[in-house]
Design a protein around this ligand. Sequence first.
Ligand code: DGY
Length: 322
Amino acid sequence: MSKKKILITWPLPPAAMERARATYDVIAHGDDPKITIEEMLETAKSVDAILLTLNEKCPKAVIDQIPENIKCISTFSIGFDHIDLEACKARGIKVGNAPHGVTVATAEIAMLLLLGAARRASEGERMIRTRSWPGWQPLQLVGQRLDNKKLGIYGFGKIGQALAQRARGFDMEIHYYDIYRAKPEVEAKYNAVYHDSLDSLLSVSEFFSINAPSTPETRYFFNKDVIEKLPQGAIVVNTARGDLVNDEDMIAALKSGRLAYAGLDVFAGEPKINEGYYDLPNTFLFPHLGSAAIEARNQMGFEALDNIDAFFAGKDMPFKLA
Ligand code: DGY
């Protein structure tokens, strides 16, 4: 039997590409230049399924142009805010994501941001690289420790919990808010204090970590009013999605000192981030590194392929979204 043909919009780690090629006739787009939506739609005419990434923005207008032969899309990401699921449902296109591979890797990056922000890592790094280190001084780049500080986690899903586990290793006190309260045994595991509202969580969060997905309810929630509810000089980290944050309000609060520091891995409109971030000293900034660990990227590839395998076997996708 001839192999089904799939389009993979970006090269994936070798282990995932190898598995894909063993099962499918793969059309893999190179990463330079970046695949355009027009190219994706054109190539889609000659394949049976698409494995895409969060770079390929698929609002309704794009989904409506997907050729009739495509009934399966799998995304190499946990996030699916780049795909209009309702439009896919209306077209009878099955969609799946890769929800588990990212967990530990993203929690590690959140931990790194918490530490880096608390201990002013980016300023120290800059001092060395700009050859401007005058030598050790008692008051040089003095930050703060994490132990016994209250960490507020907004979004207590897999990544939020994996962060709690790591932060417990640094003796942080865990607080959380989520629309779903965790089971008692989960709260007990992390000694986590549940707050029944975001406002209540904000009021105690000396450190605040954004771990919620981007949805119409959460988009741009982190604005001036929310910042005002945090303790003076709070530290904020975001490893979820950039569009949860109102950048202008965040930047103003970092400039005024209302927020002491921000550690950010994700940005609205990335890679073209708000200009205001570039020169702010009290930021620790990463280019969306959350899942950039080989173990995570391999697993993401396998999960995305599991969806496609199931689709062609006439089964439900294991990580079905639509
Ligand atoms: C995801 O999987 O949605 C992550 O943002 C990728 O790092």
